[in-house]
Structure formats: C-alpha cells, structure tokens
Design a protein around this ligand. Structure first.
Ligand SMILES: Nc1nc2c(c(=O)[nH]1)N[C@H]1C(S)=C(S)[C@@H](COP(=O)(O)O)O[C@H]1N2
Ligand SMILES: [Mo]
Length: 201
C-alpha cells in the first residue's frame, strides 16, 4: 500500500473545479520558477522588442515606446508541462494584435526569442485574436526577473513553456521551425487540454 494516496494534497496543492484543470495537472497556490538557464538581467535602457520577418527587421520598440502602447489586463489560468497549474493569475501587457496591427503580410508562424537565447514557436493564429500578450506586470507589480521580467510572452491556452520569459522579439514566417523545448522532444503545439506534452502525444 502506498503511503501517499492518489487523493493526497500537499500544503501547496489546492482543490479546484475539475473543469478548470487539464488532464494530469494539479493546482498549486505557489508560483514555481522554471528556467533552463540563468536569469538574464536586462536594464530598461537597453531593452528592446523587435518584430522581424525573413526580409529583416520590421520594427522595434524601446521600453518607453513599448509601455506606452495600449495595454490590457488579463486574468488567466496557467498550466506547466511539469504538471502544476495556477488559477486566476493576472497580467498586464500589450496584445500581439496591437504589435502586429501594421504588418501587411505576417505569414503563418511566429518564432519568439528571448534574452539568454530561449526560443519557442507557435502558429500565428495562436498568438492573434486576443490569445497572447507581452506582459510586463504580474498582479499589478512589475514582472520580477525570475518570472521573466522586464517582459515575457503570455499564451495561457498552451503549456507554459510557450510563454517565453525575457522575450525580446518575434520572427514572423511561413515556415514552422521548432523552438528550444520543441527541438528537445516537447510537443510542437502543446495543448494542455489534449495533454500534448511530448512529440507524438
Ligand atoms: N526564456 C525562457 N522562457 C521560459 C523558460 C525558460 O527556461 N527560458 N521556461 C518555460 C517553462 S518550461 C515554463 S513552465 C515557464 C515557467 O515560468 P515561471 O518560471 O514564471 O513559472 O516559463 C517558460 N518560459
Ligand atoms: Mo514548463
């Protein structure tokens, strides 16, 4: 007999309405930090967010320019592939719809890149239509470096590895190229409701 039964909930695990919890996930009150490398420190004076395509740079924003764009405050549940979910998180940032508004021919794929070298790929349709933001506040405060500050991508409907921390730009393309975890065997798409954790799921 196992000492820790299936129904055991540790101190930091909380009960939640089942319809809000994707298969195989548990809900935590904590906000774990998951980073594949060291936390890059970026001064706001140096920070930039760039929009590019195969032809090169389309546009870039400095921190004052970026934070002067129209912002949205979003409530979302987030789901990490390591099986924790966190409900009712609140973020403020700029919608990708706002960033891409003037792009005539955005293609079909988006490859996000970050300070430190992290990348993640998503279909353009998953970052437009009110589904993705570049967030710079969490629960009303500036986003902490550990959680991706100055700014991170937020794509709550996919596993949280798609939400690139320290994001500094997006490359638009018609060709889908795997990002960092996607090239190490994680699922190319990562729908938590379909439990698309690894390649072949
Ligand atoms: N740049 C960068 N972004 C990243 C990661 C990373 O290692 N580097 N890890 C991803 C993974 S696997 C998860 S679960 C979340 C974790 O975000 P958190 O540390 O704020 O909880 O960030 C994602 N974004
Ligand atoms: Mo993750």
């Amino acid at each position: 007999m196992s000492f820790i039964s299936r129904g055991f909930r540790g101190r930091d695990q909380v009960e939640a309405p089942p319809e809000r919890v994707p298969p195989g996930q548990y809900v935590t009150r904590d906000f774990p930090v998951l980073s594949a490398g060291p936390t890059p420190r970026i001064s706001l004076g140096d920070w930039r967010f760039t929009l590019s395509d195969v032809g090169g740079l389309l546009r870039s924003w400095s921190w004052p320019e970026f934070t002067s764009l129209q912002t949205e405050t979003v409530a979302a549940d987030i789901h990490c592939v390591t099986k924790w979910s966190k409900l009712d998180t609140t973020w403020t940032g700029v919608s990708l719809d706002t960033l891409l508004a003037d792009v005539a021919d955005p293609g079909s794929q988006a490859l996000f890149h970050s300070y430190g070298g992290y990348t993640t790929n998503l279909p353009l349709a998953d970052v437009t239509g009110g589904k993705a933001w570049v967030a710079f506040e969490y629960e009303g405060d500036p986003l902490s470096p550990a959680h991706g500050g100055p700014a991170r991508l937020l794509v709550p409907h996919l596993y949280f590895w798609k939400s690139a921390k320290w994001v500094n730009g997006v490359m638009l393309s018609t060709v889908d190229r795997p990002g960092f975890w996607e090239s190490y065997g994680y699922n190319n798409y990562g729908d938590p409701w379909l439990e698309q954790r690894y390649a072949g799921d």
